[in-house]
Design a protein around this ligand. Structure first.
Ligand code: ADP
Ligand code: MG
Length: 684
């Protein structure tokens, strides 16, 4: 007996709809993407009852002829790709020709369209219900397309039941529209909810010039969230050299990277100390498509590293521009995820761009290379930063104990905000060609014995193809001149007022009140000093304990710890094997006091394990040990006095990442005069 039947077109469409159209927000996404693909300059979205009863999307894009309007409702009918090869380099949002027939099969659907370039002013209207065409007629309409989707899932009661409350559904819609509006500032967006106007975003002028794009993006961010947080402009680019054909580390059987492909990352990231407890304000776009990608999420965390507290997430709006042939967008039904052919390189690039932006925030031009210095220099960043900051130290005065604090506050030195004309290069270990590694060797994992004269190695560990870093047109310049970038707190003169609670140093700047957490600052300073020493002589100072202690661990932890012993030793933590599962702790860095040896060792094990799972970078193991060790730094209980406080602030100024302790907690809090006035009710 023959049992196999071909499904009717209508059922097939409903099955497709099940994948692509999860909820009203998916309809909005598909329709708006179509409008954007059709080069609309203005997109209006209206919804009712969270999109359950109505979704209407109006655009002024290219529109469709009558034939096309009928054809677009067929499954796999698309104007965007022609051949299978085109799938390898999709440049539009859509390409499967699935959305419209899917939506039409699960709703009451009206398409009204008029071709922009057609001679006849007549448009076409097609009315469909549950996938059946009810009517095709001529209609009067301005050039462009209007799509109306009513009673979504009316013929799929099970689906309809799964919809959440109206508020939840409209929140999803609004979230998608936010992303679209951020990615397309040159398009005017209007959003109406239940007859109420939610947004009316004017089209913003953009040009290929980065400063214009950043300005437009900043404007959109402000318009969408009223966001006034401190953001830093980002702009880096790099070239991934063509893959060596003999290289087996390329997973794709047919590596599409037969030529060099370039990458660019631009946008904004939160200044140190700006973060959220969710990923809600973390927006990443790949070729303007909002995406989720675990690798990029980790790259961000890795880039922030010690500038982010545990459990906090970066705030960012970043655009990765990459050769469409170097990324696969056809791996997720709703195209929310993408896959990079050179995942590791892309990830390393993003981590490094973020890190470099954060470092430059404090160091200003000093972190950049001299003109003509094209070679990425991975060394000596720290001393250079130190010199720069020293050069800026404030004038001595006759005010007794605090020569470095100015008697009267002055505006920050002008040259700090001046744009640099130098071409800085990407540092931090990116772009190193290590051809010595043989092809096909597995990627280098964090290795205990790994020593390399670089800090914050966030770059791809070992590449047999080089990734040449090129700094894009300078975002920092664009940013500064358009005053996106706040003057970093440690760049403005600070005057000491006093200490409260034996912990918080009260300072005054020309902008308002500044509080410094002595312990957090101390931890940051120790942390960076430790890493610097490590960089210079591969060994942090260590002091023998008068009473060595033994620590017994579980077999698993013991096994793990054994592999980490060389790193620990280099960082001054003297731990050695003392039996099957027992270790002897007999030395610690001089400033550390571990009251409970077992807890201290377990904490190290846990932190190192966590890092191993999350990130993939050679230096993070050491950073983690240093971080954990610094948490146990002896806390000076004596209140610090004049000279010591002054040294503390000076030492902090010398740090590469002074605004957070190694665990990401802020070292400094600023309350500017505007905030003070607000608190005192002087202004609104
Ligand atoms: P895809 O976007 O994957 O091509 P869709 O089902 O979303 O598939 O749309 C099918 C086709 O209909 C598109 O390729 C496009 O040619 C046309 N189309 C859809 N929406 C619009 C619109 N708003 N303006 C102009 N053409 C449109
Ligand atoms: Mg589409």
């Amino acid at each position: 007996m023959n049992r196999i039947r071909l499904l009717s077109e209508q059922v097939a469409n409903q099955i497709a709809a099940g994948e692509v159209i999860e909820r009203p927000a998916s309809v909005v996404k598909e329709l708006v993407e179509n409008s954007l693909d059709a080069q609309a300059a203005r997109v209006t979205v209206e919804i009712q009852a969270g999109g359950r009863s109505l979704i209407r999307v109006i655009d002024d894009g290219t529109g469709m002829s009558r034939d096309d309007a009928l054809l677009c409702l067929e499954r796999h009918a698309t104007s965007k790709i022609k051949r299978a090869e085109d799938l390898a380099a999709v440049a539009t949002m859509g390409f499967r020709g699935e959305a419209l027939p899917s939506i039409a099969s699960v709703s009451r659907f009206t398409l009204t369209t008029r071709e922009r370039d057609a001679e006849s002013p007549e448009g076409t209207q097609i009315v469909i219900s549950g996938g059946k065409i009810l009517e095709v007629r001529a209609a009067g309409i301005a050039p462009g397309t209007t799509l109306e989707v009513r009673q979504l899932f009316f013929n799929l009661p099970a689906r309809r039941k799964f919809l959440r409350t109206e508020e939840t559904e409209s929140a999803h819609i609004q979230h998608y529209l936010t992303l679209a509006a951020l990615a397309f500032p040159e398009v005017a967006f209007t959003f109406q909810k239940d007859g109420r106007l939610v947004w009316q975003l004017p089209a913003l002028k953009t040009s290929p010039d980065l400063s214009a794009r950043l300005a437009a993006l900043r404007e959109r961010l402000r318009a969408l969230s009223g966001d006034d947080r401190r953001l830093l402009p980002v702009d880096f680019s790099a070239v991934i050299a063509a893959a060596d054909q003999s290289d087996e580390s390329i997973p794709s059987p047919d590596p599409p990277s037969s030529s060099d492909s370039s990458l660019r990352l631009w946008g904004f990231i939160g200044a140190p100390g700006v973060s959220r407890s969710t990923r809600e304000d973390q927006h990443i776009f790949v070729n303007r498509r909002p995406i989720e990608n675990r690798g990029l999420n980790f790259a961000l965390l890795e880039g922030y590293h010690t500038a982010l507290m545990k459990g906090r997430y970066p705030v960012c709006c970043l655009f990765l521009e990459i050769d469409p042939a170097a990324v696969d967008v056809n791996i997720h039904p709703a195209k929310r995820e993408v896959k990079f052919h050179r995942e590791r390189e892309v990830r390393g690039f993003v981590a490094q761009a973020v890190r470099q932006t954060l470092l430059e925030f404090h160091s200003g031009e000093s972190a950049r290379s001299k003109p003509g210095d094209q070679r990425p220099d991975v060394r000596g960043q720290k001393p250079e930063i130190g010199r720069k900051v020293l050069g800026q130290s404030l004038p001595s005065t006759a005010q007794g104990a605090l020569p470095n604090f100015p008697p009267a506050l002055k505006p920050p030195p002008v040259e700090l905000s001046k744009p640099s004309v130098e071409q800085p290069s990407l540092r931090m270990g990116f772009g190193i060609t290590r051809r010595s590694q043989s092809a096909g060797e597995p990627p280098a994992a964090p290795q205990p014995g790994f020593t390399e004269p670089e800090r914050g190695d966030a770059g791809p560990p070992a590449l047999s193809h080089h990734v040449a870093p090129v700094r894009g047109s300078s975002a920092a310049e664009a940013g500064r001149s358009a005053s996106f970038e706040p003057v970093p707190l440690l760049k403005v003169p600070l005057r000491l007022v006093g200490v409260i609670g034996r912990l918080y140093v009260v300072l005054e700047s020309d902008r308002g009140l500044v509080l410094l957490d002595q312990h957090a600052a101390h931890e940051r300073i120790l942390f960076e000093q430790m890493l610097n020493r490590l960089e210079q002589n591969h060994q942090a100072p260590s002091q023998r304990l008068l009473l060595p202690e033994t620590v017994e661990l579980s077999a698993r932890d013991a096994n793990f710890l054994r592999g980490q012993l060389p790193t620990l030793t280099r960082l001054g933590v003297g731990l050695s094997e003392f039996g099957e599962r027992t270790f002897l702790l007999d030395a610690l860095p001089p400033f550390v006091k571990a009251a409970d040896a077992r807890r201290f060792v377990l904490e190290l094990v846990d932190e190192l394990k966590a890092v191993g799972q999350e990130v993939n970078s050679a230096r993070l193991g050491e950073h983690t040990v240093a971080k954990t060790v610094c948490r146990h730094a002896v806390k000076a209980n004596d209140p610090l006095a004049g000279r010591e406080l002054e040294n503390l602030v000076e030492d902090l100024r010398h740090c590469a990442m002074p605004y957070t302790c190694p665990h990401g907690r802020p070292t400094l809090i600023e309350m500017n005069f505007r905030e003070l006035e607000k608190k005192f009710g002087r202004t609104q």
